[in-house]
Design a protein around this ligand. Structure first.
Ligand code: NOJ
Length: 745
């Protein structure tokens, strides 16, 4: 009966159950009553159908599958007419449940924003929220109601190509940015036609792949998992994230897709998650490769038992769940619960009322979307060096050089399926539009190009220019999924080109567009200024012009430490102190005499050829202007209880010649604890915009609960004792502005 009501009048059913007219009644919410009434009347087969996610095939096949009720969700189909046909087939046939249309909308749909790593560099969660909102609006106009984003994997290894897709190395920054992305995609109300469901991925630990090799095993002990890798996922749950995706990796021997501890015990039982979990692509089937399941049937059993609700493309649930239930190996209630989790999200998305998109097609590349992408690209750029070459002052003639100066596809970055390169504004186009006298001699045609035959032309052109702007880095395909590298130097002959340009004697401004921190150690000397733009997206060229011209002062800060060379990896800032911390006298390879006798040299934990620190630390980034910090104060020095709050106030003044923004960062160190704790942890930040000469009072609060950690016995605790708290403009000790001690009583 319920099925017929849905078919005939879904709105009437929703009204009926909302008024308590559903067949469950009692104290259940309207949502629970609706979900119960729909799912309780479904056959086992129909329930299994909802657990099945398929990838696009021929539209006839898809229609058939949808009509049979065997398609809970589809991915990779973007043709609006096809989607309409598929949806029609689903809602007009039993069990009349709309298909959830999904897609990888990772950093924009049509309007492409900087890659997530770049967005993290903005240190401005509002930009991330707004960018995700725009992505949702554009995607929803094509019927997409679910994106596989945000990626919340902590990445301490830039060899791992997927560092591009997340918010970097820090759990706090990733938590803040991830929650902002979830709120942006999902909006204030998931049932709004412009809202789409977010997916927190990859749950969990995927970023710690051995050696930075994608898909590789991880070995994250429970305390590290709790204190570093899980927090962004917990923040996403708190932000109301509708779905999660299990990761490909096996952590300490257990593939995530079959890991009950994370999928059920932590996600559902501890965090109260009510949405659903999808596997990653074929990761149910990959449990066979892992040696964790004997065959597809075994894999299906392990996945559903662990708490995995939806099977992405492996067909394991579709083919084997019915038999597993009839053999008594999987209780039907397990299938029912998974189905309810999926139907619940469809209900929340308003899919039972609106099966077809209602958002206007005109929203794509809307002027305000392009404006937001421009602003985000400007705020995401990190200036790593400037000897005064920037901003351009009297430069009239520019030599524009390098493989990414006019690369409309590559500046968009990884995971772009829908944004068209015809909409990209490259540096070449933008500089010309801005009226600069540009001589464009690319010298290298793509980032891996080793052909130096045009270098002499470039050198000649450099001599007759006022300034050289080199735009290089990585093509988009060199980062992202399955694109890992062991050598992070500039690819091809780019370093040689920079050297050639430098020798020409004119200021060289080096702009890098890349999906990861690159080891530009040996290039720095050949550059007068370095602007790191990550892959900046559709509006990257305009952003570059506004930055180099001085219209906008760079204000991005690094979301990941930059290693000096790949051998120094991992080199993240929030490491433990060790018994032999790298501090004091730094002995380097060159200081060691020949035939030196056996000695422990510096006796501390570092490498002789890289020294103590990274090339550039987490949180670092320069500006055209200068900032003075003063009037530091803290609300008190003794704190008690996790509801207490540390409030740090200070004043920041723009003392330079340009308007600009500084990111004030609060770090904390727990001096002595029941387990060893990091030497510093970011616990708060605020990006402060100040016009030239302007001064502002700033207050940053850190709830005492942020000092909690998982200690012995897998328990989260707030330990009494001494902490150091400081205000800084990067994670480096040199950039500390003020430091104080507090006591937790
Ligand atoms: C595999 C990737 O790991 C995941 O991030 C993506 O969302 C799915 N494929 C779907 O394309």
């Amino acid at each position: 009966m319920i099925k017929d009501i849905i078919k005939l009048a879904p709105l009437a059913l929703i009204a009926l159950v909302a008024c308590g007219g559903g067949n469950s009644g009692g104290s259940l919410s309207a949502e629970d009553r609706f979900v119960d009434s729909v799912v309780n009347s479904m056959t086992l087969q129909q329930k299994i159908g909802q657990l099945n996610q398929v990838t696009a095939g021929s539209v006839e096949d898809m229609e058939k599958l949808a009509a049979q009720g065997m398609m809970g969700s589809i991915l990779n189909e973007s043709n609006l007419d096809n989607l309409h046909r598929i949806q029609k087939a689903a809602v007009e046939n039993p069990p009349h449940i709309p298909v959830l249309i999904s897609r990888d909308v990772i950093h924009g749909y049509k309007t492409i924003f900087p890659i997530p790593l770049g967005q993290a560099a903005s240190f401005d969660p509002e930009l991330v929220r707004n960018g995700s909102r725009i992505s949702a609006v554009e995607a929803a106009s094509d019927g997409i109601k679910w994106t596989f984003s945000p990626m919340l994997d902590i990445a301490r290894d830039p060899r791992w190509g997927r560092i591009a897709e997340g918010y970097g190395e820090d759990p706090f920054l990733t938590s803040i940015m991830g929650a902002a992305a979830v709120k942006g995609y999902q909006g204030d109300d998931l049932s709004d036609p412009t809202s789409i469901a977010a997916c927190a991925k990859h749950f969990v630990g995927y970023g710690a792949a051995t050696g930075g090799r994608d898909y590789n095993s991880t070995y994250i002990p429970m305390r590290l998992l709790r204190n570093v890798y899980l927090p962004p996922f917990r923040a996403a749950a708190q932000a109301g994230c509708a779905t999660y995706m299990s990761s490909f990796n096996d952590n300490d021997g257990v593939p995530s897709t079959g890991n009950k501890l994370i999928l059920t015990d932590i996600l559902r039982n501890e965090w109260g998650f009510k949405g659903f979990v999808v596997s990653d692509w074929f990761s149910v089937g990959e449990m066979i490769n892992h040696g964790f399941a004997a065959d597809m049937k075994d894999a299906a059993q392990k996945a559903i038992t662990a708490g995995l609700d939806m099977d992405m493309v492996a067909n394991a649930y579709k083919d084997y769940l019915e038999a597993l239930v009839s053999e008594g190996k999987v209780p039907e209630s397990q299938v029912t619960n998974a189905c309810k989790n999926i139907v619940r999200i469809k209900y929340r998305l308003g899919l039972f009322q609106n099966h077809y998109p209602t958002v206007s097609q005109e929203v794509k590349y809307a002027p305000e979307h392009l404006e937001a992408a421009l602003h985000t690209a400007e705020q995401s750029a990190v200036m790593l060096k400037n000897n005064g070459a920037l901003p351009l002052k009297n430069a009239k003639k520019i030599l524009l050089c390098g493989p990414l100066a006019d690369a409309p596809h590559d500046q968009l970055g990884t995971w772009v399926f829908d944004g068209e390169k015809s909409h990209t504004v490259t540096p070449l186009t933008a500089l010309k539009q801005a009226g600069y006298d540009v001589n464009y001699v690319p010298a290298l045609t793509y980032s891996r190009d080793n052909n130096t035959s045009k270098f002499a032309d470039a050198a000649r052109a450099a001599k007759s220019a006022d300034v050289v702007i080199f735009v290089g880095g990585e093509e988009s395909i060199l980062s992202g999924e399955a694109h890992c590298l062991s050598n992070l130097n500039l690819q091809g002959a780019q370093s040689a080109l920079l050297e050639t340009l430098h020798k020409a004697g004119k200021p060289v401004i080096c702009v890098i567009m890349a999906g990861r921190p690159l080891t530009i150690t040996d290039d720095i000397k050949n550059c007068d200024a370095i602007l790191y733009m990550f892959h900046p997206g559709t509006m990257g060229g305009n952003a570059l012009v506004n930055l180099v011209s001085g219209k906008v002062s760079p204000s991005g800060k690094l979301p990941a430490s930059f290693p000096k060379n790949a051998g120094q990896i991992p080199v993240y800032y929030n490491q433990n102190n060790t018994g032999r911390p790298a501090s004091g006298h730094e002995i380097l390879l060159d200081n060691i005499p020949a035939e030196a006798g056996q000695t422990s040299l510096g006796c501390t934990s570092y490498m002789l050829d890289t020294g103590f620190g990274p090339l550039y630390p987490f949180g670092y980034g320069l500006s055209y202007t200068t900032f003075d910090f003063s009037d530091f104060a803290i609300n008190k020095t003794e704190f008690a209880g996790e509801n207490d709050e540390i409030k740090i106030s200070f004043s920041v003044k723009n003392t330079g010649e340009y308007d600009g923004a500084e990111v004030a960062q609060i770090y904390v160190r727990d001096m002595v604890a029941s387990i060893t704790r990091p030497i510093k942890e970011l616990k708060g930040f605020k990006k402060v915009f100040l016009q030239k000469g302007e001064q502002q009072n700033v207050e940053i609060s850190v709830p005492l609960s942020a000092l909690k950690f998982y200690g012995l016995d897998d328990k989260e605790i707030l330990e009494k004792g001494a902490f150091e708290v400081w205000v800084a403009t990067s994670s480096a000790n040199e950039d500390i502005k003020w430091k104080t001690k507090i006591e937790v009583k």
